[in-house]
Design a protein around this ligand. Structure first.
Ligand code: DGY
Length: 335
Protein backbone atom coordinates (compact mmCIF):
# COMPACT_ATOMS: atom_id res chain seq x y z
CA UNK A 1 0.00 0.00 0.00
CA UNK A 2 1.42 3.33 -0.95
CA UNK A 3 1.19 5.87 1.81
CA UNK A 4 0.44 9.45 1.07
CA UNK A 5 3.69 10.98 2.29
CA UNK A 6 2.33 14.46 1.96
CA UNK A 7 0.27 14.10 5.11
CA UNK A 8 3.27 13.20 7.26
CA UNK A 9 4.92 15.79 9.55
CA UNK A 10 7.51 17.85 7.70
CA UNK A 11 11.08 18.02 8.87
CA UNK A 12 14.05 20.04 7.69
CA UNK A 13 17.54 18.68 8.28
CA UNK A 14 20.14 21.44 8.10
CA UNK A 15 23.11 19.25 7.18
CA UNK A 16 23.98 15.99 5.50
CA UNK A 17 24.23 14.05 8.75
CA UNK A 18 26.08 10.73 9.22
CA UNK A 19 24.27 7.69 7.75
CA UNK A 20 22.88 6.12 10.93
CA UNK A 21 20.69 9.13 11.69
CA UNK A 22 19.54 9.49 8.09
CA UNK A 23 18.56 5.85 7.94
CA UNK A 24 16.46 6.17 11.07
CA UNK A 25 14.57 9.09 9.56
CA UNK A 26 14.14 7.30 6.24
CA UNK A 27 13.05 3.99 7.71
CA UNK A 28 10.67 5.52 10.22
CA UNK A 29 7.97 6.23 7.67
CA UNK A 30 6.93 8.84 10.19
CA UNK A 31 8.14 12.02 8.56
CA UNK A 32 8.78 13.59 5.19
CA UNK A 33 12.07 15.39 5.32
CA UNK A 34 14.17 17.66 3.25
CA UNK A 35 17.89 17.99 3.77
CA UNK A 36 20.63 20.49 3.04
CA UNK A 37 22.66 17.99 1.10
CA UNK A 38 26.17 19.06 1.97
CA UNK A 39 28.56 18.57 4.84
CA UNK A 40 31.09 21.04 3.48
CA UNK A 41 29.16 24.26 3.75
CA UNK A 42 26.35 25.11 6.13
CA UNK A 43 22.99 25.97 4.65
CA UNK A 44 22.96 29.70 3.87
CA UNK A 45 20.82 31.61 6.34
CA UNK A 46 18.48 32.88 3.63
CA UNK A 47 17.83 29.41 2.34
CA UNK A 48 17.35 28.10 5.86
CA UNK A 49 14.75 30.77 6.61
CA UNK A 50 12.90 29.69 3.45
CA UNK A 51 13.17 25.97 4.07
CA UNK A 52 11.88 26.02 7.63
CA UNK A 53 8.58 27.63 6.67
CA UNK A 54 5.78 25.52 8.09
CA UNK A 55 7.93 22.60 9.26
CA UNK A 56 6.95 20.49 12.27
CA UNK A 57 10.47 19.53 13.20
CA UNK A 58 14.01 20.71 12.69
CA UNK A 59 17.19 18.68 12.96
CA UNK A 60 20.16 21.02 13.16
CA UNK A 61 23.85 21.15 13.94
CA UNK A 62 25.78 23.76 15.85
CA UNK A 63 26.36 26.09 12.90
CA UNK A 64 22.70 27.13 12.77
CA UNK A 65 21.51 29.88 15.06
CA UNK A 66 18.05 28.93 16.23
CA UNK A 67 16.75 32.28 17.34
CA UNK A 68 13.58 34.37 17.25
CA UNK A 69 14.06 35.25 13.58
CA UNK A 70 14.31 31.60 12.57
CA UNK A 71 11.43 30.52 14.77
CA UNK A 72 9.26 33.29 13.35
CA UNK A 73 10.15 32.12 9.86
CA UNK A 74 9.24 28.54 10.77
CA UNK A 75 5.89 29.46 12.22
CA UNK A 76 3.61 27.81 14.72
CA UNK A 77 3.79 24.24 13.33
CA UNK A 78 7.28 23.81 14.74
CA UNK A 79 7.13 21.54 17.77
CA UNK A 80 10.58 19.97 18.01
CA UNK A 81 14.15 21.12 17.49
CA UNK A 82 16.73 18.37 17.71
CA UNK A 83 20.36 19.38 17.65
CA UNK A 84 23.11 16.94 16.78
CA UNK A 85 25.36 18.27 19.55
CA UNK A 86 25.75 18.21 23.27
CA UNK A 87 26.34 21.97 23.23
CA UNK A 88 23.37 24.26 22.90
CA UNK A 89 24.69 27.79 22.91
CA UNK A 90 23.47 28.11 19.31
CA UNK A 91 19.88 27.73 20.54
CA UNK A 92 17.93 30.59 22.10
CA UNK A 93 16.40 28.50 24.83
CA UNK A 94 14.28 31.32 26.20
CA UNK A 95 12.59 31.70 22.84
CA UNK A 96 12.27 27.99 22.19
CA UNK A 97 10.84 26.65 25.37
CA UNK A 98 9.58 29.47 27.49
CA UNK A 99 7.90 31.58 24.85
CA UNK A 100 6.93 28.98 22.31
CA UNK A 101 6.81 25.65 24.08
CA UNK A 102 9.06 23.99 21.52
CA UNK A 103 10.77 20.85 22.79
CA UNK A 104 14.51 20.50 22.38
CA UNK A 105 16.58 17.35 21.96
CA UNK A 106 20.38 17.18 22.20
CA UNK A 107 23.10 14.52 22.27
CA UNK A 108 24.92 14.25 25.61
CA UNK A 109 26.79 11.12 26.78
CA UNK A 110 27.27 9.45 23.40
CA UNK A 111 30.27 11.70 22.79
CA UNK A 112 31.86 11.55 26.23
CA UNK A 113 34.42 8.88 25.35
CA UNK A 114 35.47 10.53 22.10
CA UNK A 115 35.88 13.93 23.76
CA UNK A 116 37.83 12.53 26.69
CA UNK A 117 40.10 10.59 24.35
CA UNK A 118 40.80 13.64 22.22
CA UNK A 119 41.45 15.71 25.33
CA UNK A 120 44.17 13.28 26.37
CA UNK A 121 45.66 13.41 22.87
CA UNK A 122 45.63 17.21 22.85
CA UNK A 123 47.06 17.39 26.34
CA UNK A 124 49.96 15.14 25.45
CA UNK A 125 50.52 16.84 22.09
CA UNK A 126 50.77 20.15 23.91
CA UNK A 127 52.79 19.12 26.96
CA UNK A 128 55.24 16.98 24.99
CA UNK A 129 55.36 19.47 22.12
CA UNK A 130 54.51 16.94 19.41
CA UNK A 131 53.45 19.42 16.74
CA UNK A 132 56.63 21.46 17.18
CA UNK A 133 58.66 18.26 17.16
CA UNK A 134 57.27 16.87 13.90
CA UNK A 135 57.77 20.29 12.34
CA UNK A 136 61.42 20.37 13.43
CA UNK A 137 61.99 16.84 12.16
CA UNK A 138 60.52 17.68 8.76
CA UNK A 139 62.14 21.05 8.25
CA UNK A 140 65.77 20.42 9.15
CA UNK A 141 65.68 21.56 12.77
CA UNK A 142 66.70 18.08 13.86
CA UNK A 143 70.42 18.38 14.52
CA UNK A 144 72.38 16.47 17.08
CA UNK A 145 70.70 14.95 20.11
CA UNK A 146 70.44 17.70 22.69
CA UNK A 147 69.85 17.40 26.41
CA UNK A 148 67.05 19.93 26.79
CA UNK A 149 65.78 20.26 23.24
CA UNK A 150 61.99 19.93 22.91
CA UNK A 151 61.59 19.07 26.56
CA UNK A 152 58.09 19.26 27.94
CA UNK A 153 56.18 18.39 31.05
CA UNK A 154 54.99 14.99 32.12
CA UNK A 155 51.84 13.77 33.77
CA UNK A 156 53.61 11.49 36.24
CA UNK A 157 53.49 13.08 39.70
CA UNK A 158 51.46 16.01 38.45
CA UNK A 159 48.36 17.73 39.74
CA UNK A 160 45.56 17.83 37.23
CA UNK A 161 42.83 20.43 37.68
CA UNK A 162 39.38 20.21 36.17
CA UNK A 163 37.23 23.28 35.75
CA UNK A 164 33.64 22.05 35.57
CA UNK A 165 33.30 18.48 36.77
CA UNK A 166 30.71 16.67 34.70
CA UNK A 167 30.67 13.41 32.77
CA UNK A 168 33.44 14.56 30.47
CA UNK A 169 35.69 15.79 33.28
CA UNK A 170 35.35 12.43 35.01
CA UNK A 171 36.06 10.56 31.78
CA UNK A 172 39.20 12.63 31.21
CA UNK A 173 40.43 12.01 34.75
CA UNK A 174 39.80 8.27 34.42
CA UNK A 175 41.98 8.21 31.34
CA UNK A 176 44.74 10.33 32.85
CA UNK A 177 44.97 8.43 36.14
CA UNK A 178 47.03 5.56 34.67
CA UNK A 179 49.68 8.12 33.68
CA UNK A 180 50.47 8.26 37.43
CA UNK A 181 48.88 11.62 38.12
CA UNK A 182 49.50 12.47 41.78
CA UNK A 183 46.32 14.38 42.48
CA UNK A 184 43.08 15.49 40.86
CA UNK A 185 41.45 18.73 41.96
CA UNK A 186 38.37 20.43 40.57
CA UNK A 187 36.10 23.37 40.94
CA UNK A 188 32.49 23.88 39.96
CA UNK A 189 29.57 25.99 41.12
CA UNK A 190 29.27 23.57 44.04
CA UNK A 191 31.07 20.39 45.13
CA UNK A 192 29.98 17.31 43.20
CA UNK A 193 30.90 14.55 45.63
CA UNK A 194 29.32 11.71 43.67
CA UNK A 195 31.34 12.42 40.55
CA UNK A 196 34.45 13.44 42.47
CA UNK A 197 34.49 10.18 44.40
CA UNK A 198 34.87 8.14 41.24
CA UNK A 199 38.16 9.86 40.45
CA UNK A 200 39.24 10.75 43.97
CA UNK A 201 39.24 14.47 43.21
CA UNK A 202 39.37 17.24 45.78
CA UNK A 203 37.12 20.30 45.58
CA UNK A 204 39.07 23.57 45.64
CA UNK A 205 38.39 27.23 44.89
CA UNK A 206 39.05 28.60 41.43
CA UNK A 207 42.10 30.38 42.83
CA UNK A 208 43.54 27.18 44.24
CA UNK A 209 42.75 25.36 41.02
CA UNK A 210 44.82 27.89 39.09
CA UNK A 211 47.66 27.86 41.61
CA UNK A 212 48.00 24.11 42.07
CA UNK A 213 47.30 22.67 38.62
CA UNK A 214 50.16 21.45 36.46
CA UNK A 215 47.54 20.66 33.85
CA UNK A 216 44.29 22.59 33.81
CA UNK A 217 41.50 21.06 31.76
CA UNK A 218 38.43 23.13 31.02
CA UNK A 219 35.26 21.05 30.82
CA UNK A 220 32.49 23.45 31.78
CA UNK A 221 29.44 24.80 30.01
CA UNK A 222 29.36 28.35 28.70
CA UNK A 223 27.00 30.29 30.97
CA UNK A 224 26.95 33.94 32.02
CA UNK A 225 29.02 32.84 35.05
CA UNK A 226 31.69 31.02 33.06
CA UNK A 227 32.02 33.50 30.19
CA UNK A 228 35.73 34.36 29.96
CA UNK A 229 36.34 32.82 33.36
CA UNK A 230 39.78 31.92 32.01
CA UNK A 231 41.26 35.39 31.92
CA UNK A 232 44.30 37.37 32.98
CA UNK A 233 43.38 36.96 36.59
CA UNK A 234 43.31 33.17 36.33
CA UNK A 235 46.39 32.84 34.11
CA UNK A 236 48.40 35.12 36.43
CA UNK A 237 47.92 32.60 39.24
CA UNK A 238 48.99 29.61 37.19
CA UNK A 239 52.47 28.12 37.29
CA UNK A 240 54.96 29.01 34.54
CA UNK A 241 55.24 25.29 33.90
CA UNK A 242 51.51 24.64 33.57
CA UNK A 243 49.55 23.48 30.56
CA UNK A 244 46.07 24.80 29.78
CA UNK A 245 43.62 22.64 27.80
CA UNK A 246 40.18 23.65 26.55
CA UNK A 247 37.90 21.05 25.04
CA UNK A 248 34.83 22.26 26.89
CA UNK A 249 32.04 20.49 25.23
CA UNK A 250 28.91 22.39 25.93
CA UNK A 251 30.33 25.37 24.33
CA UNK A 252 32.47 27.06 21.85
CA UNK A 253 35.52 28.94 23.07
CA UNK A 254 33.72 31.60 25.10
CA UNK A 255 35.03 30.56 28.51
CA UNK A 256 38.48 31.81 27.53
CA UNK A 257 39.58 35.39 27.02
CA UNK A 258 41.87 34.75 24.05
CA UNK A 259 43.77 38.03 24.32
CA UNK A 260 44.66 37.19 27.90
CA UNK A 261 45.61 33.66 26.86
CA UNK A 262 47.87 35.01 24.12
CA UNK A 263 49.53 37.26 26.66
CA UNK A 264 50.02 34.42 29.14
CA UNK A 265 51.53 32.16 26.46
CA UNK A 266 53.78 34.72 24.83
CA UNK A 267 55.20 36.03 28.10
CA UNK A 268 55.82 32.57 29.53
CA UNK A 269 53.25 33.03 32.27
CA UNK A 270 52.10 29.52 31.38
CA UNK A 271 53.97 26.85 29.40
CA UNK A 272 51.45 25.87 26.77
CA UNK A 273 47.85 25.66 25.68
CA UNK A 274 45.82 23.20 23.66
CA UNK A 275 42.49 24.38 22.31
CA UNK A 276 39.78 22.49 20.48
CA UNK A 277 37.31 25.36 20.69
CA UNK A 278 37.88 29.00 19.86
CA UNK A 279 36.08 32.26 19.23
CA UNK A 280 35.28 32.57 16.43
CA UNK A 281 35.19 29.23 14.66
CA UNK A 282 36.94 28.85 12.37
CA UNK A 283 39.69 30.92 13.96
CA UNK A 284 41.14 33.15 11.22
CA UNK A 285 44.55 31.91 10.10
CA UNK A 286 45.91 35.38 10.84
CA UNK A 287 44.99 35.08 14.51
CA UNK A 288 47.98 35.80 16.82
CA UNK A 289 47.48 32.50 18.69
CA UNK A 290 48.55 30.70 15.50
CA UNK A 291 51.95 32.38 15.67
CA UNK A 292 52.79 30.73 18.99
CA UNK A 293 54.76 27.49 19.10
CA UNK A 294 53.35 26.69 22.52
CA UNK A 295 49.73 26.80 21.40
CA UNK A 296 48.16 23.79 19.72
CA UNK A 297 44.88 24.60 18.02
CA UNK A 298 42.51 21.96 16.70
CA UNK A 299 39.47 22.68 14.51
CA UNK A 300 36.78 21.54 16.98
CA UNK A 301 37.23 17.79 16.48
CA UNK A 302 36.76 16.43 20.00
CA UNK A 303 33.74 14.31 19.08
CA UNK A 304 35.01 13.49 15.60
CA UNK A 305 35.18 9.71 15.51
CA UNK A 306 33.06 7.78 13.02
CA UNK A 307 31.27 5.84 15.72
CA UNK A 308 30.51 8.87 17.87
CA UNK A 309 29.30 11.09 15.05
CA UNK A 310 27.03 8.26 13.89
CA UNK A 311 25.75 7.79 17.43
CA UNK A 312 25.09 11.53 17.67
CA UNK A 313 23.15 11.53 14.41
CA UNK A 314 21.12 8.48 15.47
CA UNK A 315 20.29 10.05 18.83
CA UNK A 316 19.33 13.34 17.18
CA UNK A 317 17.05 11.50 14.73
CA UNK A 318 15.42 9.44 17.50
CA UNK A 319 14.93 12.51 19.70
CA UNK A 320 13.22 14.23 16.79
CA UNK A 321 10.89 11.33 15.99
CA UNK A 322 9.93 10.82 19.64
CA UNK A 323 9.31 14.52 20.09
CA UNK A 324 7.06 14.62 17.03
CA UNK A 325 5.07 11.71 18.49
CA UNK A 326 4.73 13.71 21.72
CA UNK A 327 6.67 11.06 23.58
CA UNK A 328 9.59 11.61 25.98
CA UNK A 329 12.82 12.01 24.06
CA UNK A 330 15.88 9.91 24.88
CA UNK A 331 17.78 13.11 25.68
CA UNK A 332 15.65 16.17 26.08
CA UNK A 333 16.87 19.49 27.36
CA UNK A 334 14.95 20.36 30.49
CA UNK A 335 14.52 24.00 31.37
C1 DGY B 1 28.96 19.44 20.65
O1 DGY B 1 28.35 18.40 20.45
O2 DGY B 1 28.47 20.41 21.20
C2 DGY B 1 30.40 19.51 20.26
O3 DGY B 1 30.88 20.79 20.35
C3 DGY B 1 30.60 18.94 18.89
O4 DGY B 1 30.48 17.58 19.07
Amino acid sequence: VLRDMSTLPRVYVTRQIPPEGLKILQDSGQVQFELWDSDDVPVPRKELLQKVKGVDGLLCVLTEKIDAELLDAAGSNLKVVSTMSVGFDHLSLEELKKSRGIRVGYTPEVLTDAVAELTVALLLATSRRLIEATHEAKTGGWGTWRTLWLCGYELANSTVGILGLGRIGVAIAERLAPFKVKKFIYTDVAPRPELAKAINAEYVTLDELAKQSDFLSICCALTPETKEICNKNLFSKMKNTSIFINTSSHIRGGVVNQEDLYEALSTGQIAGAGLDVTVPEPLPTTHPLFTLKNCVILPHIASASYSTRNAMSALAANNLLLGLRSQPMIKELKL
